[in-house]
Design a protein around this ligand. Structure first.
Ligand code: SF4
Length: 90
């Protein structure tokens, strides 16, 4: 059960600067299907674009912090982020 205190403290408010990387996101020009491909489709081209994106590290940190389950974020696929999370926990 959620209490008033939970609402006030979780999730923690994020400063606007946390999302500044989105302004330079190269994927904004590519379209969502490029970064959220159908299951089994290649993520290679999306990852190449991420490799040239100045916000890559911040994007990946955001995806890990917000447990983004789908798509390519910060140059990593869903499976790669899951693997990274497991490595960080051990
Ligand atoms: S790293 Fe990739 S997914 Fe993240 S903002 Fe840049 S292009 Fe988009």
């Amino acid at each position: 059960m959620q209490t008033d205190t939970d609402v006030l403290t979780f999730p923690a408010p994020r400063p606007a600067a946390d999302l500044a990387w989105r302004e330079d996101a190269l994927c904004a020009q590519a379209g969502p299907e490029f970064f959220f491909p159908a299951p089994g489709s290649s993520t290679r081209e999306a990852k190449q674009l991420c490799g040239a994106c100045e916000g890559r590290v911040a994007c990946l940190e955001y995806a890990l912090a917000h447990d983004e389950r789908f798509g390519v974020w910060g140059g990593l696929s869903e499976k790669e982020r899951l693997r990274l999370r497991r490595t960080q926990r051990s």
